[in-house]
Ligand binder design. Structure first.
Ligand code: F0G
Length: 352
């Protein structure tokens, strides 16, 4: 019996891990690939969810953060810093705590889901809420890193993308091939770039014989790549991808072009619809994650998806991260009754 050793050990030969790299892990990775019975049936395809909410801090960020923090520790750094819409900060704070480093995180004041803020605070990070958006916070982080002895662990740190490739490896390992389409939300555009790098690495090594079409989806109010220019005032209720100046712009565009995929915009209404649809199948993902499923529905409506194709939708973050949106968007409020069997039965009769 061997327990899952975490990503640095499991995919060591694919990662820049040396004997000097600390064996950092919170047992991240190895997340479920869940078949969506309903979408498969509706769209006449094989649809899977890659459920990244099952990572230790509840998002895909852990895949890149474990490597970025391990390499920071290896280099003798004592402080990591990042800007974040919430998930990166939760992950940075957790891995810094685990490695014995300090974490400084900059978040856009008022635009981070409650669960993510709670995580960063509990893991012991120094939290700075700036009166501005993510793009402004990231610009500040990059400037600060020139003045202070800190390591930036945003996805501009190349170790982040190296680590995030492992999700593509896991999908190929599970399916025995690459999917035909990989549907993924796009914010700062790091993850789509990392997946493409991972698929290409497995393909080049002959482990899979095919490559997926990379289908990225931005929120309509923050769709810089779709518009071809930065968005100065990005807006969407999916706060994780409320980003107007994606840092990995060129890598993402290359991934889409090389794979014959696309970047499309999904509206907040489409995201909301998908958010509920996924949950009604027993899978709880945060709003930004639902952009992948909203996008898949667009691909189907536009005839891009062919019958029988295999699609993986990346569900990037756990639904528990954002309880406010969950409660606000659920159709049913709890029934409140007296504490008697009769009262509960009466209340239920209307529903059963
Ligand atoms: N989904 C979730 C849940 C995210 O938190 C993010 C990014 C994305 C998708 C988009 O990924 O940036 O690689 O294109 N969150 C970052 C953060 C920006 O600070 O947590 P991307």
């Amino acid at each position: 019996h061997r327990p899952w050793p975490g990503l640095l050990a499991a995919y060591r030969r694919w990662l820049p891990v040396t004997d000097q790299t600390p064996a950092l892990t919170l047992c991240e990775g190895n997340t479920p690939l869940i078949r969506s019975h309903r979408l498969s049936e509706q769209l006449h395809a094989n649809v899977y969810f890659k459920y990244e909410g099952a990572n230790p801090t509840g998002s895909f960020k852990d895949r890149g953060m474990v490597l970025a923090v391990a390499k920071a520790a290896e280099a003798g750094s004592q402080v990591v810093i990042c800007a974040s819409t919430g998930n990166t900060s939760a992950s940075a704070a957790a891995y810094a705590a685990r490695a014995g480093l300090k974490a400084v995180i900059l978040i856009p004041d008022g635009y981070v889901a409650m669960g993510k803020l709670a995580q960063a605070m509990m893991y012991g990070a120094e939290v700075v809420a700036v009166r501005g958006n993510f793009d402004e916070a990231l610009a500040i982080v990059r400037e600060l890193a020139e003045r202070l002895p800190v390591t930036v662990v945003n996805s501009v740190n190349p170790f982040r993308l190296e680590g995030q490739q492992t999700a593509a490896f896991e999908i190929c390992d599970a399916l025995g091939r690459a999917p035909d389409h990989l549907c993924i939300p796009v914010g700062n555009a790091g993850n789509i770039s990392a997946y493409w790098k991972g698929f290409c690495a497995y393909h080049a090594a002959g482990i899979v014989g095919n490559l997926p079409r990379m289908q990225g989806f931005e929120a309509e109010g923050a769709a810089a790549l779709v518009r071809g220019e930065p968005v100065d005032h990005p807006e969407t209720f999916a706060t994780a991808i409320r980003i107007g100046r994606p840092a990995s712009w060129h890598l993402a565009v290359a991934a889409v072009q090389e794979s014959n995929g696309g970047i499309r915009a999904v509206s907040d209404d489409e995201i909301r619809h998908a958010y509920k649809l996924i949950a009604r199948e027993g899978v709880f993902a945060e709003p930004a994650s639902a952009a992948s499923v909203a996008g898949l529905l667009q691909l189907h409506a536009q005839g891009v998806l062919q019958p029988g194709e295999t699609v993986v939708c990346v569900l990037t973050g756990n639904g528990l991260k954002d309880p406010d949106n969950a409660i606000q968007h659920s159709d049913r409020a709890p029934l409140v009754t007296e504490a008697s069997t009769d009262a509960v039965q009466t209340a239920l009769e209307r529903w059963l």
